[in-house]
Ligand binder design. Structure first.
Ligand SMILES: [Zn+2]
Length: 721
């Protein structure tokens, strides 16, 4: 049933009853989150709205449900093609009539979408702003019944922001030409200036403003000292996120490549991403990240905008982000599905030095310089702090978090502080006596009394501070130096030779009028902690089987796995173990359309788990029947499984070498060659079957393609006896 028809048939019911019914039947959710309910009610009633909600907070439902409840087509303005495509794909899978119009469509596709749009066959149309603003398009829209305008990523209207899009400034034309149609502007950017700009530019006729908490409670924040960054990263991935999707941010292009290569050599599938790669490489890496399970992307900040992958389990920073805003935005790409996720960062003396140098060299206007200074100081303060990270992060955006969060490193493992007054004074005094032009490493050598050529030549072995800190180990000295620099007791030398000198703020400390307590750096890589909550905790076989089923379905359709079901939905299936379609319909994330399309298939997987278990693998039973001469249909009937499941069992047996291809597939040698060629490109077996299916003019069904691919995989695995 089309959602619109459903909505219309219940027109007499109160709006929110209908909204909740749609939430269950179309999107598969039981209840609204946060302010979703009141926002929807207000927009359905024809009010304008400004919605400020963090990523992963459920913004899109705020216009998607009103789009289905109000008569006509909803027009969604979105600046990012990849985002549009994902949203439309997800809506279609939920049985909603949605499409997009942008430059990525070929002429045939465009004609098809336009025909549907102008004949009022669409519930939602996603358009790029330039398309919407063309005179012709606006004229034709005037003849159409429009449910609402949704302006996504509304912060693009801000001239001061990173994502400014000039076309957004012209969207006020919607107010002038369609005064009776409600507009809803949405953004995940929190700051007040941007908010005011959105109100002035896009909603000058007034709007109800809805501000959600920007807290992302499922993200665990961890910040630690950089010792050996790569080993620390690998340890973190192994301990908490084996085979999970993640993003690693680095500052330089070169570093992204070397880190990715290194991770691969340690068995983690990792791909680099930066602006220096060819457009083709970037597209391939991004696609693999979206479509495969467990790919780690190692990227510069060029990566992330327009990525709406819900199951990114961690975001790691190997270099400091540019600001607290960047940190919030970049870490916010983790855990959009609401499941446990990590924001993990290591930083060292060198990182602090770079930030300090940036501050020293900044030659922006005075006001801007001060703002920049505050931003960077906040970032350093955040790193060195011993208080709850979440409280500080939210406080930066003007939000209070009641109490400690219990889900950050400082809450989970309260850091020790120690009285570093004496070592700090020694360090500062040594900087002064050695002429305020050497780097921290040299100063530490003097303090520890190392007799190097450099020290002797400079005569630093005759300084009064020579050797006075021999009792403190090197690592602790680096920690002291870093924290002195971070707290502004030291500054970088103006020439940028890597030296440090005293900052005015250090005087009270040097004179003994002030004491200094600093955090004790953790001894080594993060303590052993259990894997983040995932489906693999209690039912590893079941989790793998469900993921496999999802992956195969996604490959066949050429969509990312999360478009079929989110991880949270698979986990709930494992927990509730539905045995009938009615029970399956109760699982969060299983709406009517997905129930009809995939319900049986996933039930079969769950059934085969409960009957066979890991030792008696289900596909072996199928193969036994097959060897006895039973047809696929007969086996399906006998085992009470879907035909497609039996076919998958056979393909799996072929891939494992348990069945020869000829036994299951009757093909001429010539045909087989054509299929094999089509399935191989550049020495690799195709991941996605849909493009192959289309390239072969749909002459062979997916079942056949799957079997031939299985035989190719078997050959390439080199398992031939
Ligand atoms: Zn905390």
């Amino acid at each position: 049933m089309r959602p619109m028809e459903q909505a219309e048939s219940r027109d007499s019911q109160p709006v929110m009853t209908r909204a909740r019914a749609l939430l269950r039947s179309v999107f598969g959710y039981e209840s609204f989150r946060g302010s979703q309910g009141p926002i929807i009610e207000s927009v359905v009633a024809g009010q304008n709205a400004l919605v400020l909600m963090p990523t992963g907070g459920g913004k899109s439902l705020c216009y998607q449900i009103p789009a289905l409840l109000r008569p006509g087509t909803a027009v969604v303005v979105s600046p990012l093609i990849a985002l549009m495509r994902d949203q439309v794909e997800a809506l279609k899978h939920n049985g909603v009539r949605a499409a997009c119009l942008n430059s990525s469509l070929d002429p045939d596709e465009r004609r098809e979408v336009e025909a549907a749009l102008w004949s009022s066959q669409l519930d939602l149309i996603y358009v790029a702003p330039e398309k919407l603003l063309s005179g012709f398009f606006l004229d034709r829209l005037a003849g159409l019944e429009i449910a609402l305008f949704a302006i996504d990523e509304a912060h693009c209207v801000s001239q001061w922001g990173h994502d400014f899009r000039p076309e957004y400034m012209r969207l006020d034309v919607l107010r002038q030409r369609f005064p009776q149609v409600p507009r809803i502007a949405l953004t995940a950017t929190a700051d007040t200036r941007t908010r005011r700009e959105i109100e002035q530019q896009l909603l000058s006729d007034g709007a109800e403003t809805w501000v959600s908490s920007f807290d992302r409670p499922n993200i665990r924040y961890q910040v630690g000292p950089k010792l050996n960054a790569r080993d620390q990263l690998l340890g973190f991935i192994h301990q908490r996120h084996r085979d999970a999707s993640g993003i690693v941010y680095c500052l330089s292009r070169k570093k992204t490549e070397s880190v990715a290569e290194w991770l691969n050599s340690r068995g983690v599938t990792a791909l680099p991403y930066h602006a220096g790669l060819s457009a083709n490489e970037r597209a391939t890496h991004q696609r693999r990240f979206l479509q495969e399970d467990g790919v780690v992307i190692v990227a510069t900040v060029a990566f992330g905008m327009g990525i709406d992958k819900p199951d990114v389990r961690f975001v790691a920073h190997l270099d400091l982000p540019k600001s607290m805003e960047s940190y919030y935005q970049e870490t916010g790409r983790a855990g959009r599905d609401g499941l446990a996720a990590d924001a993990w960062m290591v930083y060292g003396l060198q990182d602090v030095y770079q930030v300090r140098q940036l501050l020293a060299q900044s030659n922006a206007g005075l006001e801007q310089q001060q703002a920049e200074r505050r931003r960077l100081e906040s970032l350093l303060g955040f790193c060195e702090s011993t208080d709850c990270r979440r409280q500080q992060l939210l406080a930066y955006f003007g939000e209070d978090h009641p109490g400690e969060c219990g889900n950050c490193d400082n809450c989970l493992n309260p850091p020790e502080t120690w009285d570093a007054t004496e070592p700090a004074r020694m360090f500062l005094s040594c900087v002064y006596r050695s002429g305020q032009r050497y780097g921290a490493a040299h100063v530490i050598d003097i303090l520890r009394g190392s007799v190097s050529e450099k020290i002797r030549r400079a005569g630093h072995d005759r300084l009064s501070t020579f050797g006075i800190g021999h009792h403190v180990d090197k690592k602790t000295w680096y920690s002291v130096a870093r924290q002195l620099l971070a707290r502004g007791y030291l500054e970088t030398d103006p020439e940028g030779h890597g030296g440090v000198r005293l900052a005015p703020d250090c005087r009270p400390l040097l004179r003994g009028e002030q004491t200094l307590a600093i955090r004790r750096d953790a001894a080594g890589p993060t303590r052993r902690s259990r894997s983040a909550t995932r489906g693999d905790g209690q039912h590893p076989e079941g989790w793998e089987a469900l993921r496999r089923c999802r992956r195969e379905q996604a490959e066949a359709e050429g969509v990312p796995p999360y478009v079929i079901f989110h991880d949270a939905t698979l986990m709930e299936m494992l927990r509730l173990k539905p045995t009938t379609l009615d029970q399956m319909a109760q699982v969060t994330g299983v709406g009517q359309a997905k129930l009809e399309r995939y319900g049986q298939q996933f039930l079969d997987v769950l059934n085969s788990l409960s009957e066979g278990g890991p030792k008696e693998e289900s596909h072996h039973i199928t193969v036994d029947f097959f060897r006895q001469g039973l047809s696929v249909d007969a086996i399906a009937a006998r085992r009470e499984l879907a035909i497609v499941t039996i076919q998958d069992h056979l393909a799996r047996a072929v891939e494992e070498g348990g069945l020869p291809l000829e036994a299951v597939l009757d093909l001429e040698q010539g045909e087989l060659t054509i299929l094999r060629d089509a399935l191989m490109s550049e020495g690799e077996v195709a991941m996605r079957l849909r493009p192959v299916y289309e390239a072969l003019d749909e002459a062979y069904d997916f079942k056949t393609l799957k079997l031939v691919r299985a035989s190719l995989r078997h050959e390439l695995s080199g398992d031939d006896a």
